[in-house]
Ligand binder design. Structure first.
Ligand SMILES: [Zn+2]
Length: 295
């Protein structure tokens, strides 16, 4: 596991994130995998059921029912909200849905936790609809937002959160996001058995959460591919740096195939999160991409 340093915005010293009731958090950092690890650790600390005192120094046991479900992102009291794949935004309807749930009692955990990933993708209406709940979450709820850079968010959102900067230990083995994006882009190169196997081998060397990040990038690229197919403007693209590669790639696919691949990769990403064999999972994506390709 990569060592991370948690720095309080004003303190400048390393600090374990504690729970302060009535505060929402904004996790800021460029590595989505590391941020996810930190959030999972925080959420486990809050909800660990370990009463035997077996907790690790991190403050959770990692083996109780809650810790295991949280790790797989399957805990009913921990809700993850990410930008929708079709619009790449978090809309006001999503926030209305969240607000319906935020006042309900947790099912089995101490606290209900709402994680809003890539909060810079909140539409202005959605962000404004959240202000009150960010300011004053119910006592048994906790809101966590993530983004790469706080300047991407409305100041009214940032000022209502406790800022937690996640800086990655440079000596750590974690793969940089840009490198993960490059791996994702290789799904869109013309492949043969040799290059496919090399891609699979490379993915098998990554941490499971990094594979999830790669598949997330593949989803964004597929979405961009669909947009290119429909002659969308460049500003609609999530990964404009790969536009030329994607333009070459989309010539071999019709829109309905790309849609099918989007659904496929979404399913596989869930399987990977749920501990599926990474080699088999990735291989099935490559095979589907090959069989849908015309020419
Ligand atoms: Zn536990």
């Amino acid at each position: 596991m990569t060592k991370t340093q948690l720095l309080k915005e004003n303190a400048g010293s390393s600090a374990r994130i504690g729970l302060e009731s009535g505060r929402s958090f904004l996790f800021v950092g460029s590595n989505a995998g590391v941020i996810c690890d930190e959030i999972l650790a925080l959420v486990k600390r809050v909800n660990c059921l370990d009463e035997e005192g077996n907790s690790k120094s991190d403050g959770y046991c990692d083996t109780c029912k809650n810790c295991r479900m949280i790790e797989k992102k399957q805990h009913p009291d921990v809700l993850w909200l990410a930008p929708s794949i079709d619009t790449a935004s978090i809309k006001i309807e999503d926030i209305r849905h969240l607000k319906e749930k935020v006042y309900l009692k947790p099912y089995q955990a101490q606290k209900k936790i709402f994680v809003i990933e890539n909060a810079q993708r909140l539409t202005p209406q959605a962000a404004n609809a959240m202000l009150k709940i960010l300011e004053e979450p119910p006592p048994d709820a906790l809101l966590i937002l993530t983004c790469e850079n706080a300047s991407q968010l409305l100041p009214t959102v940032v000022s209502r959160c406790r800022l937690v900067r996640i800086t990655q230990d440079k000596a750590g083995p974690e793969t940089a996001v840009d490198d993960l994006k490059k791996i994702a882009a290789r799904f869109f190169e013309k492949s043969d058995v040799f290059s496919s196997n090399r891609l699979i081998d490379e993915l098998c060397l990554l941490e499971r959460r990094e594979v999830e990040t790669v598949l997330g990038e593949v989803l964004f690229m597929l979405r961009d591919g669909l947009f290119l197919k429909l002659n969308a403007r460049d500003c609609a693209l999530m990964s404009p740096e790969f536009k030329a590669d994607l333009e070459r790639w989309v010539k071999f696919y019709c829109a309905s195939d790309i849609q099918m691949l989007l659904e496929k990769v979404m399913r596989v990403k869930d399987f990977v999160r749920g501990n599926a064999n990474i080699k088999i999972a990735v291989d099935s994506i490559i095979k589907d991409m090959e069989s849908a390709r015309c020419g």
